[in-house]
Design a binder for this molecule. Structure first.
Ligand code: S3P
Length: 169
């Protein structure tokens, strides 16, 4: 197996699905936002506030280069904009978790920590802007993906099994 990358819009459940796959398979998992937070020793929200998005995207590109050179046999969940790094496919098999915007927004709102889920995401501050970003990105995610998994009306276990079957042979 090579690496498997989970891409998709904010709130689609990349972290939750990653944790479920770890539980089912014992694979080691990394998250690009976690790597960036430890590189910088500050939260994503702070990085956006103090340095801006351009700086954050440069960090994502550094992480991508490191992953493609140094990481093997690992499940990698990514921030919602990570898919823009050059040569994403050099890192591993790219799995796009697809949901429509209303379903993923509802998923966030139904979470017990909904407020913090929204405030920690600088690009999800305004619903109209987030929706516009979703519309732009949806075809782009699909274009860079090797595999598309529709996550709607499925629980984490079902989605994890589907990804393991399709991408982790
Ligand atoms: C971003 C998504 C976030 C985080 C940052 C930017 C984006 O990750 O990387 O706030 O551009 O969509 P999640 O997708 O885990 O929320």
């Amino acid at each position: 197996m090579t690496n498997v990358l989970l891409i998709g819009f904010m709130g689609v459940g990349k972290g939750t699905i990653s944790r479920e796959i770890v539980k089912q398979s014992g694979i080691i998992a990394l998250d690009t936002d976690d790597i960036i937070e430890s590189m910088e020793n500050r939260k994503i929200k702070k990085i956006f506030e103090e340095e801006g998005e351009v700086y954050f995207r440069a960090l994502e590109r550094r992480v991508a280069i490191w992953l493609s050179h140094s990481v093997r046999d690992t499940l990698i969940s990514t921030g919602g904009g990570f898919y823009k790094v050059p040569n994403l496919n050099f890192i591993g098999t790219v799995v796009y978790l697809y949901s429509d915007f209303d379903s993923l927004y509802e998923r966030i709102l139904n979470h017990p920590n909904a407020k913090s889920k929204l405030t920690k995401r600088p690009l999800f501050k305004e619903i109209d802007k987030a929706k516009a970003l979703f519309e732009i990105r949806a075809p782009e995610y699909e274009r860079v993906a090797d595999i598309v998994v529709d996550v709607r009306h499925k629980d984490a276990l079902q989605i994890a099994k589907e990804i393991m079957k399709k991408a982790m042979k």
